[in-house]
Design a protein around this ligand. Structure first.
Ligand SMILES: [Zn+2]
Length: 139
């Protein structure tokens, strides 16, 4: 496991919280298909891991459940790939991506395909919140 990756127990929390579905498009994923293209899945980092992840890093929340969203595809395919590239602006608007150093992921709402607008906590929980201003129609 390299620095900044989600530990297996955190991946379990995220999988359960997201009900095995992509947080963006909502497609049902298959548990055994992690990190494979097409119908595979991966855990997207809302705040990019860059450097400093891990228990002893300066940004320990990078590897907590609040910073991860289950997505179809890999870092280069599916919703995960789009979030990292051509739909980056949309990803910021919907909370799938977070700019480093402003607020913690647990403080920034995300539009969850299963649960609507939520705040994600560090333990695999969530609470519903109002859509951010200007994003009401995206819910
Ligand atoms: Zn998707």
């Amino acid at each position: 496991m390299t620095a900044g990756e989600f530990a297996p127990d955190v991946v379990e929390l995220i999988w359960d919280r997201d009900q095995g579905r992509c947080v963006d498009c909502g497609v049902q994923l298959r548990r055994e298909r992690r990190a494979e293209a097409f119908d595979g899945w991966s855990v997207q980092h809302r705040e990019a891991r860059g450097t400093g992840g891990g228990k002893r890093g300066r940004r320990p929340w990078l590897v907590l459940a609040s910073n991860g969203g289950l997505m179809c595809g890999t870092g280069t395919t599916g919703c995960h790939g789009d979030t990292e590239t051509k739909r980056r602006g949309r990803a910021y608007a919907l909370g799938f991506a977070i700019k480093t150093g402003i607020r913690r992921p647990s403080e920034i709402p995300m539009r969850h395909a299963v649960r609507g607008w939520v705040l994600l906590d560090d333990e695999g929980g969530w609470e519903p919140v109002e859509a951010p201003r200007g994003q009401e129609m995206a819910a």
